[in-house]
Design a binder for this molecule. Structure first.
Ligand code: OAD
Length: 253
């Protein structure tokens, strides 16, 4: 992308009184966290989502699902924020009003210094009772439990039944409050920045669709393109390459 286009994009973001940033797995790809739908490296190319990421799958094979999430927790634990996460955090610091909404279950935005992140799909580091036995998700600190790693999932300290990761699985509802805040922001913002999402998973994908339907500038940072790239302003580059350039230009405006 030439310098003039980078500057124009930075100017559009700066001129917008309210910006929504919407991120997906591609935002963490350069940190070494695999995406879901990239043809060769995506998790859903190797694993079957229906066998691993639904409440039905967990009931049918709790150990398989728990252990798979432990494997993914390991990947996330070893990951560090990349230049794209850092640039988004910088936008949040320099711009008066940005809402960051992510589909990601890692905490790399927070590690990069993002002051506030709406997590639509939960947080993989957290654990809760599969039955929500204490009411709305009561988180359990795994480090305080002693359990046999071969005998998983570990039992809930309150009811003795299964623990599970605090993520949203297919066929489950997203938090109403989080979704409402994200949709309201999409209805009101003046520009949107999509980063690293295929834009196919609903209801999350409605966020950029609302922006497009309203005719506001929507930038789509994605080296391979998303389902919405044609309607948006597509930036066919990795987030960690292009976003620092945009923020460098932004800081000079
Ligand atoms: P996907 O795996 O569907 O899409 C990731 C996108 O990131 C792809 O379009 C890639 O082209 C793009 N990408 C890859 N590397 C990139 C980079 N360096 N910079 C920018 N973009 C890059 O992931 P999501 O759209 O996040 O749901 O998937 C949405 C949901 O589907 C996830 O939250 C998860 C999954 O099943 C749940 O767990 C409920």
């Amino acid at each position: 992308m030439d310098e003039k286009s980078v500057r124009e994009m930075a100017q559009t973001l700066k001129d917008a009184p309210f910006v929504v940033v919407f991120t997906g797995a591609g935002a963490s790809a350069e940190s070494g966290v695999p995406t879901f739908r990239d043809a060769l490296t995506g998790l859903w190319a190797k694993y079957d989502a229906q066998e691993l990421a639904t409440p039905q799958a967990f009931r049918a094979n709790p150990k398989l699902v728990w252990d798979w999430y432990q494997f993914r927790r390991g990947l996330v634990n070893n990951a560090r924020p990349n230049a794209g996460h850092i640039a988004i955090a910088q936008l949040q610091r320099l711009h008066p009003r940005v809402l960051l909404v992510t589909q990601n279950v890692d905490d790399l935005h927070e590690q990069a210094g993002s002051p506030r992140v709406l997590h639509l799909h939960g947080n993989i580091a957290e654990t809760k009772c599969f039955y929500d036995c204490q009411g709305e998700p009561t988180l359990v600190d795994l480090t305080e439990l002693t359990f046999d790693p071969e005998d998983t999932p570990p039992p809930c300290p309150h009811c003795g039944r299964w623990l599970r990761p605090n993520v949203v699985w297919f066929n489950e509802r997203l938090s109403y409050d989080i979704l409402e805040e994200a949709f309201n922001a999409s209805d009101r913002c003046n520009a949107m920045l999509m980063v690293g999402t295929s834009g196919v998973v609903h209801p999350a994908a409605r966020i950029p669709m609302i922006g497009l339907a309203r005719g506001i500038p929507v930038f789509d940072v994605n080296p391979h393109g998303s389902t919405l790239s044609e309607q948006a302003t597509w930036l066919p580059y990795p987030a960690g390459e292009i976003l620092p350039r945009v923020m460098e230009a932004y800081a000079q405006l």
